[in-house]
Design a protein around this ligand. Structure first.
Ligand code: BTN
Length: 243
């Protein structure tokens, strides 16, 4: 059976659209929209999603290995996005742990992975990608420094080509991840690490810890050098800031 590509004009959230149809989805099925009325970001935030200004895309994948097998998935997806952008001519795109895509020190794209399934069995993942393309309308509502492809490439960019490349890389990388885990992505992720060897703060709930960023370990955990040595941090509720 061929995979399904659902193209929508307006939707609440492409992640939500797939989530409501999980039982009938195949690996690689995609939903893509021109605008979202309730776009979701990480940690319960809103993803500002004005019409035609960005790419809003979600893809479904089931992982037979369950929760314990998808640890580094968001990092692999980050690598997929930077590879697609590199092929499209955007060389200097970087990654911010765990899954933000940065250019010129500002956020270019974000990834939201939503997971369903019981412990000990296969899990269903909705991989959502929001990539800023030409985002001037509505952008004053965004609560962090952002950049878009139009700014990076004032000569114009090809929306269809970037979308196609992104879908292609996302599919390829997710398949590779499901077979080989994070290992084949580690080197590329490390090469693009925006905070490597820089002082950062980790915000964990209402606590914050400071240290020097030492990249990621083989499970995808963030390595932070503190007074008493290097410690690994993992988990979806951590956010990172430059000091
Ligand atoms: C982040 O907070 O950085 C993650 C943002 C993810 C946004 C994308 S847009 C397509 C998909 N649908 C959603 O509702 N969110 C993701």
């Amino acid at each position: 059976t061929p995979t399904q590509l659902t193209l929508l004009n307006v939707v609440d959230s492409t992640n939500q659209y797939l989530k409501e149809r999980i039982g009938s989805l195949l690996n690689g099925d995609v939903c893509l929209a021109e605008a979202q009325t309730a776009g979701r970001g990480r940690r319960g935030r809103t993803w500002v999603s004005p019409y035609g200004a960005s790419l809003y895309l979600s893809q479904f994948w089931q992982f037979a290995g369950g929760y314990q097998s998808i640890g580094g998935l968001s990092l692999a997806v980050g690598v997929a996005i930077t590879q697609a952008l590199e092929t499209a001519g955007y060389q200097d795109v970087q990654l911010k742990w765990p899954n933000d895509i940065y250019a010129q020190g500002k956020k270019l794209a974000g990834v939201l992975i939503e997971v369903e399934g019981q412990m000990g069995s296969a899990c269903d993942c909705i991989i959502g990608v929001g990539l800023n393309m030409a985002l001037d309308m509505g952008s004053e509502r965004i609560d962090q420094p952002w950049i878009d492809l139009a700014t990076l490439n004032p000569d114009g960019f090809d929306r269809n080509r970037v979308s196609a490349l992104l879908l292609d890389e996302l599919t390829r990388c997710t398949e590779l991840f499901s077979q080989a885990g994070l290992e084949p992505f580690l080197e590329q992720w490390r090469n693009r690490d925006v905070y490597r060897d820089k002082p950062i703060s980790l915000i964990i709930g209402n606590k914050s810890v400071q240290g020097i960023c030492k990249g990621i370990d083989k499970t995808g955990a963030l390595l932070l050098e503190q007074q008493d040595g290097i410690q690994a941090y993992s988990g979806g509720e951590i956010s990172v800031r430059a000091n």
